[in-house]
Design a protein around this ligand. Structure first.
Ligand SMILES: [Zn+2]
Length: 317
């Protein structure tokens, strides 16, 4: 009998992915379905429980004992209490005791973690950060998520709410952010930020080759050499680089991993980001920090949630 398998779940606003993972993080079974967030919290929690139940039954058929379940969820999570305080993807979730709900239904230990924190541990366990003990992950997607792994552990903070790298202030009077602050990194280094920067640049220069502005079209225009798009992507790289320089000076990490859809535009922003890092961070940590793309892609959250579950029940990651 193979001991110590865990279930990892990535609860996204669009998709719900779950997997059964072996002791080395090998995926023994995985499953994906639509979340249907608009049906309300009870319906989503039931669907989540059914998805986990399916993995539990698979494990039983294979003679495997499941030690725990980890769930990565978007939004503000109080990890230690297992509560989703609020989530942009689930507007009706207010202080939802997700851990308690699932443990009551499934009768197995459940741990809830912020999805980006989970993804950071996933990349460290099985992805770009294998063999690295201290690294930081930024997911550059619609927004900017972050997770900090120090000495092989997610840095949780006093309330389990640390790692909100996307809400680092870069511009004191900058663009208003959904978090209530203004000038957050997320407002400049996310897909949404890129679209807004492009709109603003077009409004002031009056020239564009793009009809309907999306982040992908900005990347394409930049690769074709459209000056406005090239400048917008360099500007994005610059803001990202300032954020990374701050992180490097504070944490002196071995590695920074960049994930999320925006990493597809890597060649368009990374040069400008490196310039800012070398200009602003201390030389020794700046030169030693490897900045690399994520390897696990969409699986990072699910694998990382399983890693969280393993750590919480005292298993090796
Ligand atoms: Zn913010």
């Amino acid at each position: 009998m193979l001991a110590h398998v865990v279930i990892g779940v990535d609860l996204g606003g669009t998709n719900l992915r779950s997997a059964l993972l072996g002791p080395e993080g090998e995926v023994l079974d995985k499953y994906k379905e639509a979340t249907h967030a608009s049906e309300g919290w009870r319906s989503v929690v039931n669907r989540l429980a059914e998805s986990i139940q399916r993995q539990l039954e698979f494990a039983t058929r294979k003679g495997l004992a499941v030690a725990a379940v980890g769930v990565g969820a978007p939004g503000v999570i109080q990890m230690h209490k297992g509560i989703v305080v609020k989530s942009p993807n689930f507007p009706d979730w207010n202080n939802l005791p997700l851990k308690q709900e699932l443990e009551t239904m499934l009768r197995i230990p459940v741990f809830i973690e912020n999805d980006a924190n989970a993804a950071a541990l996933g990349e460290q366990w099985r992805g770009a950060g294998r063999g690295i003990s201290s690294m930081i992950l930024l997911t550059l997607g619609t927004g900017v998520g972050g997770g900090i792994v120090l000495n092989n552990q997610i840095w949780q903070g006093a309330d389990g709410m640390a790692g909100e790298i996307g809400h680092m202030t870069l511009m004191p009077d900058g663009r208003p952010c959904g978090c209530g602050n203004s000038g957050c990194l997320e407002m400049y280094a996310s897909a949404r930020g890129i679209v807004q920067s492009y709109r603003e640049a077009v409004a002031s220069t009056g020239s564009t080759t793009i009809e309907e502005i999306t982040s992908e079209r900005v990347y394409r225009a930049a690769r074709k050499g459209e000056p406005v798009a090239v400048q917008v992507m360099k500007g994005m790289g610059r803001m990202l680089g300032i954020g990374l320089a701050n992180l490097i000076n504070i944490f002196n990490p071995q590695m920074i991993v960049l994930g999320g859809g925006v990493k597809d535009a890597w060649d368009l922003f990374i040069g400008a980001a490196h310039e800012e890092i070398m200009r602003r961070a201390f030389q020794i940590p700046a030169e030693r920090t490897e900045i690399v793309p994520s390897l696990l892609g969409d699986d990072a959250g699910m694998i990382g949630a399983a890693a969280v579950a393993r750590q919480m029940v005292g298993l090796r990651v």
